[in-house]
Design a binder for this molecule. Structure first.
Ligand code: ADP
Ligand code: MG
Length: 239
């Protein structure tokens, strides 16, 4: 216990919530498939960053998460790895089915995150798609999109809403921007989020919010809507 406290203090990992799983230190602890280790090595990933140390065990334990860590601290991989690992474990029942949606505030960020998924999943049996001007992809396991694009695509007459029922993960990246900023239709986003949760309505759906700054509004929303929430802040709460 003291060792864990020391590790968290050293890496400035602060957590709130019941039964928070311990952070890990070395990628070998995750028992990653060979291909995945190789993919990480090709883009110089050797050790986890503090947000990855703590968020990956929480998401692997299938907990709802509110995570806050500075820009450039590796938040993308902090959700890509657990989602991919979780998918690989369940893939027999998820082939051609939708497993996760990742929301980004802009199309540019959505494309970047999509590229990160593609690199990480190279040679793995998992299909990722960037929702652009195309229709909702038929067979994708993971879809990366802006909320606007997502809602637009599933409002098309030929969209089969039962596709959403298999969804296990909804990741909201840069969630402070989606919640707080009036210019990017913050009010709208909460409605969109409610609509997504309503459509997916699966008891297995888990939500994870990532952002660079802590938002009390978002925390309130999470506390109201989610049970058994885990919260992480790296550094200070108002960095
Ligand atoms: P954030 O979303 O927190 O702003 P990113 O996920 O975009 O940060 O990561 C920033 C950079 O750090 C990227 O170039 C990414 O490849 C790199 N990175 C992520 N995790 C690690 C790691 N464990 N070791 C080394 N570099 C990493
Ligand atoms: Mg980011």
């Amino acid at each position: 216990y003291e060792k864990i406290q020391h590790l968290k203090k050293l890496n400035r990992i602060y957590t709130w919530g019941e039964d928070i799983p311990n952070p890990f230190i070395d990628f070998s602890e995750l028992k990653l498939p060979e291909v995945l280790i190789k993919n990480l090595t090709t883009f110089q990933i050797k050790e986890p960053t503090p947000i990855q140390m703590q968020s990956i065990p929480i998401l692997l334990a299938k907990r709802d998460l509110l995570a806050c860590a500075p820009t450039g601290s590796g938040k993308t991989l902090a959700f890509i790895l657990p989602v991919v690992l979780n998918y690989l474990k369940l893939k027999k029942s998820f082939q051609r089915r939708l497993f996760a949606i990742v929301l980004e505030p802009t199309r540019v960020l959505a494309r970047q995150t999509y590229m990160n998924f593609v690199k990480t999943c190279h040679n793995l049996p998992i299909t990722c798609a960037f929702l652009d001007d195309n229709r909702f992809p038929e067979k994708a396991n993971i879809i990366i999109s802006s909320p606007k694009r997502l809602i637009f695509s599933w409002n098309q007459p030929d969209f089969d809403k039962t596709r959403l029922k298999s969804l296990r993960w909804l990741i909201v990246d840069e969630s402070d921007r989606l919640f707080d900023h009036s210019d990017s239709s913050g009010q709208n986003f909460k409605d969109q989020l409610d609509a997504i949760i309503h459509e997916c309505n699966g008891k297995f759906l888990k939500l994870a919010f990532f952002s660079a700054t802590f938002s009390y509004e978002l925390e309130d929303w999470c506390k109201n809507k989610l049970n058994d929430l885990a919260t992480i802040c790296i550094g200070s709460r108002n960095s």
